[in-house]
Structures are given as C-alpha cells and as structure tokens.
Design a protein around this ligand. Structure first.
Ligand SMILES: Nc1ncnc2c1ncn2[C@@H]1O[C@H](COP(=O)(O)OP(=O)(O)OP(=O)(O)O)[C@@H](O)[C@H]1O
Length: 263
C-alpha cells in the first residue's frame, strides 16, 4: 500500500467573480488550471520533497490530499484511503503543517493542542503532547497565550498541532519559512527521528539545501505539471554532481524536454 497516491489529478480553479456587478452575472472565462494530470506515488517511510517555483501548484496538491480542495479530475489517497470517499480515515492518516499561520488567539499552546486532540477523539493525550512540546522547544510556552508568541513560536505550534494524532503521513508545507536556525535544527532532528521511526514525510520548501540533505526522492512541479521525478542521488548525478539548486534552475529552464521524457 502506498503512503500517498495521486492518480491523474487535475485542478481547475473556477473563474473569479469581479466586484459587485458580477453578483448578478455568470463568472467569465474557463478558470485557472493549477494542476495538470499529476500522477505520483510515495511509499511508506519515504522522505519525499515536492519542489517548484511560486505558483507551481504545490499547495494545491497538498490541499487535494488534505481534502481542502476538490480535484477537478483524478483521485488521491492516503495509506489506501481515498480522500473523497474515505475522507475520515484519510484525514486521520495525515498531519498537515500549513504554510499560513492560522490559530485561535484566545487559547494557550497546551489548550490548542488539547482541542486538536479532541478533534481526533483523543481526550487523554497529554503524555504525547508533552513529548511534542519538549521536542519543539515549546515546554516553557505551554501555558502562554497563542497571541503572545512570536512568529517562529507560532510556527512551532502549527507543527505540534499536525502531530497530536500521531499520523503515519506528515506533510510540511514550507515549515521553515521565517524561522531561526535553532528551530530549523530542532525541527529537522525531530522530523528525521519520526521518519526513522517509520513516518512518511512529504516536504515542500524553497530551501533547496534542506531538500538536498533530507529528501530521498524529489518531484519538481512547474505550472501544475511534474517536470522531474527522481531520487535525489540520481538527480545530482544527472547534473554532474552539482548542487540541487543548480539542477533545479536547469530543469525549470528546460522543462519541455523533461515533460516529453516523462510522458
Ligand atoms: N483559491 C484559488 N483560486 C484561484 N486560483 C488559485 C487559488 N489558489 C491558488 N490559485 C492559483 O493556483 C496556482 C498554484 O498555486 P499554489 O498555491 O498551489 O502554488 P505553490 O506552488 O504552492 O506556490 P508557492 O510556492 O508560492 O506557495 C497559482 O497560480 C495560484 O494563484
């Protein structure tokens, strides 16, 4: 069973309505194609990187997996559970660290994590919550109100929230944007430990050196299409042992050839 599977997934966002007048008329245009026939499987225990320039479709693909966006065509599953027909089980199998800092300012860190545990039907989860807090350097902030935390601390809480139900698959959407060196280190140590313990990791990042050192396999998206899919080692070898950043720049320049090779 694959940890994650996308089969011919496409996503077309509906055309935007513009302004007050459009309330009384039909939206114009055909919409925006954010994903175009994406097929990809990730095996259990992999540390997988999903790379691509701004607007390539990474967050959209993750949103389809998390059931937050509906694919216009194709299907996706987590640990064999279809994200539409078996939503509850697929959502239970997945922990998502979103890109945007969304939180309730009225709760403390511990309350936030207890509430999240409650969503998954885990009322007595304090031992695991304590472990997560310690591993993310949040123990001292456990009783602080969310609104008093710095941006980096809030991001740590987002990571903690994604882990409360011990999901086998963890998705991290640019988790290190705007965080200091300390958190990067402790975060990657913790995530690597979870990966070694068998959790599957799907990471999107613009920090290519992080992807190079952490990910065993990498997919690159451009304008909603996969233009490269390979092990990190093979990718680096293909580009003569240069850095992943250089390989990325070359592939993004020259994706027409790669698209042909993949089709
Ligand atoms: N709700 C939406 N309605 C219309 N278009 C959208 C919507 N969400 C995303 N898009 C468009 O879909 C494309 C892909 O966006 P997405 O956020 O998936 O890219 P990304 O690869 O995650 O980018 P980034 O690296 O900047 O986070 C972009 O052109 C974006 O403007």
């Amino acid at each position: 069973m694959h940890a994650v599977s996308f089969e011919h997934v496409s996503k077309i966002y509906p055309p935007r309505r513009g302004g007050f007048k459009s309330l009384f008329s039909k939206p114009e245009g055909t919409g925006f194609q954010a994903l175009d026939d994406v097929t990809l499987t990730i095996e259990q225990g992999e540390f997988f990187g999903l790379l691509g320039p701004n607007g390539a479709g990474k967050t959209t693909l993750i949103s389809v997996l998390a059931g937050l966006a509906k694919a216009s065509a194709g299907r996706a599953s987590v640990c064999g559970h279809d994200v539409v027909t078996d939503y509850k089980q697929s959502r239970r199998s997945l922990g998502v660290v979103p890109q945007e800092l969304v939180f309730d300012p009225f709760f403390t860190v511990r309350e936030t994590l207890r509430i999240q545990s409650g969503y998954f039907g885990l009322p007595k989860n304090d031992d695991w919550i304590d472990e997560i807090l310690a591993n993310l350097g949040l123990t001292e902030k456990a009783d602080s109100n969310m609104r008093t935390l710095s941006g980096g601390m809030k991001r740590r809480v987002l990571v903690a929230q994604a882990l409360v139900h011990r999901p086998p698959v963890i998705v991290l959407d640019e988790p290190t944007a705007g965080v200091d060196v300390d958190l990067r280190r402790s975060l990657w140590e913790f995530i690597s430990r979870l990966n070694k313990a068998g959790h599957t990791i799907l990471l999107t990042t613009h920090y290519l050196e992080e992807a190079e050192s952490l990910c065993g396999r990498i997919a690159m998206l451009k304008r909603g299409r996969i233009v490269s899919l390979s092990t990190t080692a093979a990718l680096l070898e293909q580009f003569g042992g240069r850095s992943l950043e250089e390989a990325f720049v070359e592939i993004m320049k020259d994706d027409s050839q790669n698209e042909e090779a993949l089709s």
